[in-house]
Design a binder for this molecule. Structure first.
Ligand SMILES: Nc1ncnc2c1ncn2[C@@H]1O[C@H](COP(=O)(O)OP(=O)(O)O)[C@@H](O)[C@H]1O
Ligand SMILES: [Mg+2]
Length: 356
């Protein structure tokens, strides 16, 4: 198990800065998720941790030791990819065994390690099959067994569930999280799927355009987003983002107003669909909108309204809620649950700081 530090990591491909000034620390035994949209630099970051890609500048440390120039093979990390690399001509068991070929372990120790991972991942019935005889999910289990059997210092997973169907993704998600906790191996998982990140990670590092936007627990990232990007990226249905202006201590946008202390200038107000209510027209400050669509999700529904031609808002409503497309209704947001972001996308305080 290793503590991993990334210091000022930078990677350019020609004129493209794929990863920029990335600094973060992953505690021993921690499960960190790197989350962000496609192309934001997640795989490049993971490859630099693994030693598969050399940083343009910056350092990678394992347990305080600089491994930036250490070859992947000597870093003792194990990787699992979206479509895992199994030798097609070898049975599942032989595939797992190849990981221990250079381990220096004796036959008995190797057999014991393999028996352990086989039991943990419940792959006993698969051992004599060839990769072509396994389903996508079974292949990922064998690949995971192959990766962890070495008892690596760190476990690096690049979108390991992306190629699987929804039901399998759901079950493997909790299996990987459970296995990681039992093994206690420092783990970095890359995904563009916010649900995966929220459900699996001890902490989430959100990236966009090669930069770290925020790092924190799932609760911090969801409830206390540091930037507009993080606020908009996490949450389903997504947070409502209302473009507007702060002037004379009040945010105004699409007929919506909220007293704030932020400085004058362009700003964006964010409010999650569960924090908006349909209200009677008399309520002061209520926003007028027209029903655009109603999506039934079973336990609740998502009401989508048009506040103006370019702004749609989402509101969570009970499943019994009825609405006609085009109908006018009134909305209010819970002011305590609103977030404010400045022109650069940085979070602004809504209320004056209470003097300590
Ligand atoms: N070997 C490479 N050569 C040139 N550009 C690359 C290379 N690898 C990645 N990139 C670019 O770097 C950016 C980040 O890529 P990547 O780390 O794969 O993103 P992600 O995994 O978040 O989708 C992308 O714009 C990608 O096209
Ligand atoms: Mg990638």
């Amino acid at each position: 198990m290793a503590r991993i530090e990334l210091q000022q990591l930078h990677k350019t491909f020609g004129s493209l800065a794929a990863v920029q000034e990335l600094g973060l620390e992953i505690a021993e035994g921690e499960f960190l998720v790197l989350l962000g949209p496609s192309g934001c630099g997640k795989t490049t970051t993971l490859n630099m941790i693994a030693g598969l890609e050399a940083p343009t500048s910056g350092r990678v440390l394992f347990d305080g030791r600089d491994v930036t120039k250490v070859l992947a093979y000597h870093r003792n990390v194990a990787m699992v990819f979206q479509s895992s690399l199994l030798y097609p001509h070898l049975s599942a068991r032989r595939n797992i065994e190849t990981s221990l070929r250079h381990s220096g372990l004796g036959r008995a120790d190797r057999d014991r390690r393999i028996a352990d991972v086989v039991r943990m991942l419940e792959i006993d019935p698969l051992l004599d099959k060839l990769p072509s005889q396994l389903s996508g999910g079974e292949r990922q289990r064998v690949a995971t067994a192959k990766a962890i059997v070495r008892e690596p210092a760190a476990f690096l997973l690049d979108e390991p569930l992306s190629a699987l169907d929804a039901a399998l993704r759901l079950s493997l998600r909790s299996e990987i999280a459970n296995l990681q906790k039992r093994l206690g191996t420092t783990t970095v998982l890359v995904t563009h799927d916010q649900i995966e990140a929220m459900t699996m990670g001890d902490r989430i590092a959100v990236m966009s355009n090669g930069r770290l936007e925020q790092i924190g627990t799932p609760d911090q990232i969801y409830n206390d987003p540091a930037t507009l990007f993080v606020a908009g990226f996490l949450g389903a249905p997504p947070m409502n983002l209302i473009a507007g202006e702060v002037e004379a201590g009040c945010f105004r946008g699409i007929g919506f107003s909220l007293p704030v202390t932020a400085p004058t200038g362009p700003a964006t107000l964010g409010v999650r669909p569960q924090d908006v209510r349909v209200v009677a027209s008399e309520v002061q400050g209520a926003l007028v909108a027209r029903v655009f669509a109603l999506e039934h999700l079973g336990r609740e529904s998502v009401l989508i309204v048009e506040a103006d031609k370019s702004t749609k808002l989402r509101v969570l409503v009970p499943p019994s809620f009825g609405a006609r497309v085009g109908e006018r209704l009134f909305l209010a947001a819970d002011p305590e649950r609103c977030l404010l972001f400045g022109a650069e996308g940085m979070r602004l305080p809504l209320h004056p700081a209470v003097p300590g």
